[in-house]
Design a protein around this ligand. Structure first.
Ligand SMILES: [Ca+2]
Length: 176
């Protein structure tokens, strides 16, 4: 029998060796343990940082994020079936931003307004208006104090002429 087999004696020896290793290398094991614990705290710290980063992202880009953020609760949650909404809160925020861009400054990007509002329900429009807020309007676009704060409908009716308003009434009925 030249074949090496694990006998009780071999196992005992192995166990003893392991014990000796642990005894001789207590310091090494403690360092390893410390590194593991330290690693855990580093991990926690990094997690904290990335969490803060995520919140900053949500604050600086309204309507973005996972939907569990503090600034836009349920931002990506599909709207309830009976709400009349066809868009999420985040989509409403994006559309509000598109509309402001289309109207800001000299002149108006009328096709962009039509495209942004085409197929939207009155409930959608209400939500978009909420997201739009009341930026100050100086007669051409976004202004500074003392330009009056105006809501979305005010902005649109001031930016579009009568002919364009008539077209918009067909594109999104029941609002203007
Ligand atoms: Ca304008």
């Amino acid at each position: 029998m030249s074949r090496a087999i694990i006998t009780t004696g071999t196992a005992k020896k192995a166990a003893k060796n392991t014990a000796n290793y642990a005894k001789d290398n207590t310091q090494t094991l403690l360092i390893l343990a410390a590194l593991t614990v330290g690693g855990y705290f580093v991990y926690q710290a990094l997690k904290g940082v990335s969490k803060v980063g995520g919140i900053i992202d949500e604050v600086t880009t309204p309507g973005s994020g996972s939907g569990s953020g503090t600034t836009t609760p349920g931002g990506n949650t599909p709207p309830p079936a009976n709400s009349g909404l066809t868009i999420t809160e985040n989509q409403a925020s994006v559309i509000a931003r598109i509309l402001l861009t289309a109207m800001d400054g000299f002149g108006t990007d009328t096709p962009a307004i039509f495209n942004a509002l085409r197929g939207k329900t009155p409930a959608d429009y209400h939500l978009i208006s909420q997201k739009f807020g009341t930026p100050r309007y100086d007669g051409a676009g976004e202004g500074m104090w003392p330009a009056p704060q105006r809501g979305l409908t005010d902005w649109i009716t001031r930016e579009l002429d009568n002919n364009e308003m008539a077209q918009l009434k067909n594109i999104i009925p029941g609002i203007f």
